[in-house]
Design a protein around this ligand. Structure first.
Ligand SMILES: *Cc1c(COP(=O)(O)O)cnc(C)c1O
Length: 404
């Protein structure tokens, strides 16, 4: 049976050119970049410098020494938030974020709250947006950090990052953005955006898992998260994962070089999928901005299907070889509805029946056709055995959505 992979917001396949770029560092150039007194180490160090320069160029950083490699997107987010909190706690203890951040950001903020920091979790509108005005209104003389994601991983909302960065600058507050989902799906230039810090993760753009990057603008004071040796200019100990870094640099370079072409293709696939599902299936709700709104990520399709459970849909999709995600907090194994869907006001009852499809550069028309063929039957089959649907048909239960 064929596999139709439509979960690119969860992770992506490793591109062959990424594997090729990594290979030398898994074979010949295995030296420690910190061992400067012999050639194996020097080669590794030279490679690291070159890769750092590559990455700086790909995100429009002014200097390569603003690039700090980490072991994941989660680490980059944790470092940005805890590192700023600890370094600036004498100046203030207030952090501003939103209710729809990734768990890496929310978890770091909740951890800091237990240590006396105060966190404002901004509400979002029905599409998942915050406004620069909301951010400005939340700033106090104790605010040391604003952390707001560039694009949401569940519903694809693209936040007004440039405008929020201006507000942060005006009030002299440090601004971090989690751009893990945004990169490769929209133009990202740290100087143009005006952000102070930005996180990315290689495995979301066809790089390897277990390597990320935190951009830290020169002049920003940040405490270490990982202590030990003097790597990453004394800011993050650990022998550099050169192969991983080479993979990150190559994935990023490729994503940036092909951005316009990729975005146009993904949009086309996304729209065909969204429109096709909305036309073919009754009692559905699209989550996140409308597809003709530029503030929706080019590859995200998140729809709630009434009277059915997301996990049941996923199981049946799996039987057809189709990979997707449900709206529940899958990673934690919890059955709570997604915090993102709750924050945009999706009723509990229908949030449970949400499925996220995220297309990729290589998604084909045939694959979308295959999903559009499968999904109506799956939903129909599940509704036929759903007690909720039965009650609805008997008029005992109300619907939150309309018949198409
Ligand atoms: C995947 C993701 C992360 C975490 O990155 P890892 O490298 O998997 O730790 C953080 N933020 C967002 C928005 C993500 O989608």
């Amino acid at each position: 049976m064929k596999t139709v992979y439509l979960d690119n917001n969860a992770t992506t396949s490793i591109a062959p050119e990424v594997v090729d770029a990594m290979m030398p560092y898994l074979t010949d150039i295995w030296g420690n970049a910190s061992s400067m007194f012999y050639s194996t180490g020097q080669k590794a160090e030279a490679a690291l410098a070159r890769l750092r320069e590559n990455v700086a160029q790909s995100i429009g950083a002014a200097h390569s020494n603003e690039i700090y490699f980490t072991a994941s997107g989660c680490e980059a987010d944790n470092w940005a938030i805890k590192g700023i909190a600890y370094a600036h706690k004498r100046r203030g203890n207030h952090i501003i974020t939103t209710k729809i951040e990734h768990h890496a950001v929310l978890g770091a903020c909740e951890f800091l709250e237990k240590q006396g920091f105060e966190v404002t979790y901004l509400d979002v509108d029905k599409d998942g947006l915050v406004t620069p005005e909301q951010v400005e209104a939340a700033i106090t003389d104790k605010t040391i950090l604003i952390t707001i994601m560039t694009a949401n991983n569940e519903i694809g909302t693209i936040m007004p990052i440039k405008e929020i960065a201006e507000v942060a600058k005006k009030h002299k507050v440090i601004f971090h953005t989690d751009a893990v989902q945004a990169i490769g799906h929209m133009p990202i230039n740290v100087q143009d955006l005006g952000v102070d810090m930005l996180s990315i993760s290689a495995h979301k753009f066809h790089g390897p898992k277990g390597v990320g990057m935190l951009y830290i603008r020169n002049g920003i004071r940040i405490e270490n998260l990982i202590h030990g040796g003097g790597q990453e200019r004394g800011k993050r100990a650990a022998t550099e994962n050169l192969a991983g870094i080479a993979g990150l640099a190559k994935g990023l370079e490729t994503a940036v070089a092909n951005l316009d072409k990729n975005v146009a293709h993904m949009k086309k696939m996304r729209d065909k999928l969204i429109n096709g599902l909305m036309e073919r299936i009754d009692y559905v709700k699209l989550n996140g901005p409308s597809p003709d709104d530029e503030r929706r990520l080019c590859n995200n399709c998140n729809i709630s299907y009434e009277f059915v459970e997301g996990e049941s849909i996923l199981m049946r999709l799996n039987m057809k070889g189709i990979c997707a995600s449900s709206g529940s907090a899958c990673a934690s194994g919890s059955l709570d509805p997604s915090h993102v869907l709750m924050a945009i006001g999706v009723p509990h009852e229908i949030a449970h029946g949400s499925i996220r499809f995220s297309v990729g550069e290589d998604t084909t028309d045939e694959e979308i056709d295959y999903v559009l063929e499968a999904m109506p039957k799956i939903i129909e089959g599940l509704r036929a055995m759903s007690p909720m649907y039965e009650e609805f048909e008997e008029g005992k239960l109300q619907s939150f959505t309309k018949k198409a």
